[in-house]
Ligand binder design. Structure first.
Ligand code: 5GP
Ligand code: MG
Length: 188
């Protein structure tokens, strides 16, 4: 696996420091509800890519929260460019979304279609507010057209893996954000 890495774009120490900062921003924006009936937070990671980012992020958010899962695919298998986004499954309980402050968590904002698909869906379930947190945002116009409330890093418009992001469902367990060698991409 290590020999497939072309370049480390963001090392794990930098990711960890930035994830803590994002958590602080989120905490500052979500003061705990003081009265019965005030909206609470529900966290919705968009699987599978956001899994590791979400696990690290929420452990720095000491607020009462619920968690619901959605699985969306837009880079199936060996895709290096976005395909039409598809909801593959969701485990959201209506009562955990309705009248809640929902925070959608995704690994990377690229074509923007995942957020454009998921946000209206969550709004249709009656969320009080829907915000989005992404670890990475690609430097391309389509990514900037979609509003993201919390962004970890801006990266060049390149295909990256690691820290949850995959190629053909491999490399998610790499601790850094990296690019792959051409040889690794062609071998799969
Ligand atoms: P969007 O819907 O904004 O095009 O892209 C979001 C989804 O596409 C992400 O959640 C991620 O699953 C996938 N994606 C986008 N860019 C990359 C990339 O550079 N590498 C990997 N591994 N997945 C990506
Ligand atoms: Mg994804």
């Amino acid at each position: 696996m290590q020999r497939d890495i072309e370049r480390i774009l963001i090392p794990q120490e930098k990711i960890a420091a930035r994830v803590r900062e994002l958590a602080q921003e989120i905490v500052a924006d979500h003061t705990p509800p003081r009265m019965m009936g005030e909206p609470e937070i529900s966290i919705v990671p968009i699987l599978t890519g956001a899994m590791i980012f979400c696990c690290d992020l929420i452990r720095h958010i000491p607020l009462a929260m619920k968690i619901g899962l959605m699985t969306v695919s837009s880079y199936p298998g060996k895709s290096l460019r976005a395909q039409p986004a598809q909801v593959l499954g969701q485990q959201l309980k209506a009562e955990d979304v309705k009248d809640h402050h929902v925070l959608l968590i995704d690994d990377i904002l690229d074509s923007g279609q995942t957020i454009r698909l998921v946000k209206p869906f969550v709004e249709s379930l009656g969320a009080a507010t829907v915000k989005t947190a992404v670890l990475l945002r690609k430097d391309r116009p389509t990514a900037r057209e979609v509003a993201a409330d919390y962004v970890g890093f801006e990266i060049p418009d390149e295909f990256v893996v690691g820290y949850g992001l995959d190629y053909n469902n491999y490399y998610r367990n790499l601790p850094d954000i990296v690019t792959l060698t051409r040889e690794a991409i062609e071998r799969q």
